[in-house]
Structure formats: structure tokens, C-alpha cells
Design a protein around this ligand. Sequence first.
Ligand code: TXA
Ligand code: MG
Length: 337
Amino acid sequence: MVLILRVSELGIDKAAKIAAKKIKQGGIVAFPTETVYGLGANALDEFAVNKIFRAKGRPPDNPLIVHVSSIDQVDILWRDIPEVAYTLMERFWPGPLTIVLPKREIVPYNVTGGLDTVAVRMPKNEIALKLIEYSEVPIAAPSANRSGRPSPTRAEDVLEDLGNSVDVIVDGGKTEIGVESTVLSLVHDPPAILRPGGLPLEEIKKVIPNVIVHPAALGEFFGRPESPGMKYRHYAPSVPLVLVRKDFLDYILKKELSKGKKIGLLLLECLKISNEKNILLKCFDGNLRIMAKELFSALREFERLGVDIIIAVEPPLEGLGLAIYNRLKKAASEIIS
Ligand code: TXA
Ligand code: MG
């Protein structure tokens, strides 16, 4: 049976201590970060890490992110750390930035999906930081969804996807940012964003002016993937999702309504949609921060409400819009643009 620890009842310290004990025993624990819920295990324990892959049904070549609670901890994980990595860590940690650098021998190869690099970040969430601290080891944690599903932003989402295949779920309420961290490779020359996320490109450019967004991060690259995660379908709800440019919205709405379909409509701006009982509308008053926070839970809610199709309108590609666009593109069964 999964043990659910409610922070609202136990307090942060007690919940983190009980969960840390499970990590030390080689168990797997779902916990909140500022981005999405993670499914964690002792990053230096190959057997514990294997349990994560099994619980998620995750392909073994898709590497995990290792979470630390202090900058000092990176020395046991990485070698050949460039100066710019320290600048980034001091500026953006704790926060939604994951950095990829060459790994040390102590990091098991199942954590890195066989790669000689390891991705590391420090989450900006009290519960996560205390859990890592009390566990006394770095914690490897992918998002706590079943592989391929939308990422979990609430403990209920974790329970829905993984249920009793995890040991503990720490319920710390809804996560703040709602999309995962930005993954930045410093082994790539020039440095490259492999996955846009909670820390906008514009912020990283202030430190690394020549940083690029890897073409695969926007689905425009078909060579050997730099980040193995790039090649899998992700974030997908169980109903078809069509991603459209705004100019095509009227056309596609008319088409689907004429087929009698019940539509979940997801868009940034709250346009006037004619009163239509077959459209469930989720819009965010033009606020990208709110859209990011609500994105994955909106997809899961559309599923629960039994829509036949989700139609999502492309957000602008600035700030958090780039991460939202990337998630929608990967979740889409069809793209009209
Ligand atoms: O916000 C987040 O990053 C959340 C929370 C839990 O921290 N975690 C998360 O993990 O999103 P996951 O496993 O769902 O995504 C990890 C991403 C994948 O795209 C993976 O391919 C990439 O990071 N990645 C991990 N290690 C890598 C490496 N050594 N080289 C390149 N990409 C790597
Ligand atoms: Mg994930």
C-alpha cells in the first residue's frame, strides 16, 4: 500500500523525515517540487533507481534528473565543471534550471540512461529540499507520471497514474510553476537548451548570450537525439489533442462541432466563443504564468470530463510560452499550422 503523507496535517519537517527514511531504505517516494511532482530514489543506489523505471514504465535509455539541496553536492556528481556553471547555479538555484555536465563514476549508468553526462538541479521547494537534506544523498527523480502521460501537478495525479507502485506520496498541494525545469547542456558547444521549461530562455541569455535552443526541443530535428527524452511521445492525454494556429481555430471548431464532438478548448486569451454547449473552455486571460501552472491539470481534467477531442491554440513563443508550446507539440496527435 502507498503511504500518503499530507504536509497540511504533518507539517513539512515531519513529512520530510518520514519520506527520507523510505529513501534511505531504498524505496521510491513521490514529492512536490516547484515545477511538477517527482518520483525520487537515492541517486547513488542502482537498485532503488531501477524501481523508478519499473513504476513509470520508462524506457531505460531516458535519463533522470538528479536533485540536490546544496551547491556543494554537485562535486560528487560532476567532473570538469566550467566557471559558467557556478554563475548559473548562483543565479538560478534553487529554481527550474537543470544543467547537464560530465558525470563522475559514482553516478550509476541507469540514472543517466547509459550516457557519460548527468543532469542536476536544485528545486525551489521547502519539502523537496528538506527531503534531500534528510535523505543525506542526492535524489534521482523524473516526473511522477506514468511514462508518456501529462506530468503531475497534484498528489492526486500521482495517485491516478502510479497508485500503489510507489512507496510514499508526499502531498504538498498543487505545484507552483506547472511545467518542468529547463534542461541546459553545457557539454554542447554552444550551450544548448534541450528542453525549454520553467526558466525562460531570455533569462539564460543574460548569462550565456550565445545559448541556442536545440532544434529537437521544438520538434524540428530528426538526427540522433542529444537528450534521449526527445524521441518519445510525451505529456499525452488519453484523448486526441490537436494543436492549431489561431487563424485556423474557427475552421477546426466548426468541423469538429459538425461531427457532434464534445470539445475541450485550451487557449491563452479568453476569446468570445459563441455559447456552445459542446465546448468546454479553459483560458488564462493572456497570462502565460497561469497557463503553465494549469496546463497539465487542464489536460487531465478534460479527460475526466469525457471530451472527445482537445483543441489547443499555439501560445506566443516568448517567456514560458516556449515551454508550453513544446509540451503541447509533444502531446499533440495532430498539428495544424
Ligand atoms: O522539473 C523537472 O525537471 C522535473 C522535476 C521532478 O524536477 N523532472 C523532470 O524529469 O521533468 P523527467 O525525467 O521527466 O525529464 C528529464 C529530462 C528528459 O527530457 C531527459 O531526456 C533529460 O531531462 N535528461 C536527463 N539527463 C540527461 C542527460 N544526461 N543528457 C541530456 N538530457 C538529459
Ligand atoms: Mg517527464
